[in-house]
Design a protein around this ligand. Structure first.
Ligand code: ADP
Ligand code: MG
Length: 294
């Protein structure tokens, strides 16, 4: 049986009106992305990458065409269901970190869970687990402006993972970072893909990052002009080497290899789940509700 795509885009177009001028941001884009792939959308500024990402996230509707996420047509979802889609199935990271300055790191990461009837204690525990994953435990009480750009982006990535999403969308996540911090962020994204089995979609115009992708979608003028499969997508540790395989061991954080950390990111469902992976686990949720009521 053929594998079902996690994202299926059919003949997608998007037009914007700028006064009287029509801008065709996307034109007849059709593609499929499979669970566990590391995908790069590559192309110059203005070619439609961010528009495509925001449509996958359900932030704006197509002019024509459709987007199916695990077989579910986003056009059929009402606004509550779309919000749920964004909250639970998609983790988003941008060039700007968008952290709330008046909240500390733990509060920023756990904030999305405040809308999900999860007790404060459990929200904080979840944020602390994610801080370990992104190698930032030491900084949990800091304010965002007490961190470097790269550290802030790692916090933003932790926040995007708080609901255990299947799909990570990262739009130029290293665009504001120095090369060392950019490497840290890329290391983390590659690890989330290789180790935690997230489907990662990276938007970039940095050719250095093409080597991490299983497939590269080349974009130009609102179209996908070429799809390039990369049989030897490298892990971060092997950056620069010619042959490497995804199966090679890879460590997210050189200092800490505590296996318990991985529990914070359950594997996403393999094929067609009924619901998004719950966070916390459903059994815990019941406890949770009791906790909230008490
Ligand atoms: N909300 C909008 N209103 C008008 N034009 C837009 C809007 N969003 C994007 N565009 C235009 O659509 C095109 C694609 O933009 P974008 O998706 O941001 O490209 P990229 O992310 O590849 O730089 C550009 O010409 C841009 O100016
Ligand atoms: Mg963009």
């Amino acid at each position: 049986m053929a594998k079902a795509p996690v994202i299926k885009i059919n003949n997608l177009s998007k037009k914007f009106m700028l006064g009287d001028i029509e801008v065709q941001a996307l034109q007849s884009v059709s593609l499929e992305i499979y669970s566990g792939e590391f995908i790069v959308f590559f192309g110059v500024s203005g070619c439609g990458k961010s528009t495509l990402m925001s449509m996958i996230a359900g932030l704006q509707p197509p002019s024509t065409g459709s987007i199916l996420i695990r077989g579910e047509d986003l056009a059929k979802l009402d606004s509550n269901e779309l919000a749920q889609h964004r909250r639970t199935k998609i983790g988003m990271v941008f060039q700007a970190f968008n952290l709330i300055q008046t909240m500390n790191v733990v509060e920023n990461i756990s904030l999305p869970l405040a809308f999900a009837r999860i007790s404060k204690g459990r929200r904080i525990k979840r944020a602390e687990n994610l801080l370990e994953i992104v190698g930032m435990s030491k900084y949990k009480n800091r304010a965002p402006n007490q961190l470097s750009g790269g550290q802030q982006q790692r916090i933003a990535i932790a926040r995007s993972l708080v609901a255990n999403p299947w799909i990570m969308l990262a739009d130029e996540p290293t665009g504001n970072l120095d090369s060392k911090s950019a490497d840290d962020v890329m290391r983390l994204l590659v690890s989330l893909n290789r180790k935690s089995k997230r489907t990662v979609i990276l938007i970039t115009h940095n050719p250095d990052y093409l080597q991490f992708a299983d497939r590269v979608f080349w974009m130009q003028d609102g179209k996908v002009i070429k799809v390039e499969a990369n049989a030897h997508a490298v892990t971060f540790n092997e950056k620069g080497k010619s042959s490497a395989s995804k199966a090679d061991s890879f460590s997210l954080d050189n200092e800490s290899k505590d296996e318990s950390k991985s529990e914070a990111l359950e594997e996403p469902p393999a094929e067609k789940p009924e619901t998004a992976p719950a966070t916390p686990k459903e059994t815990e949720n019941k406890e949770e509700e009791a906790e909230v009521k008490n």
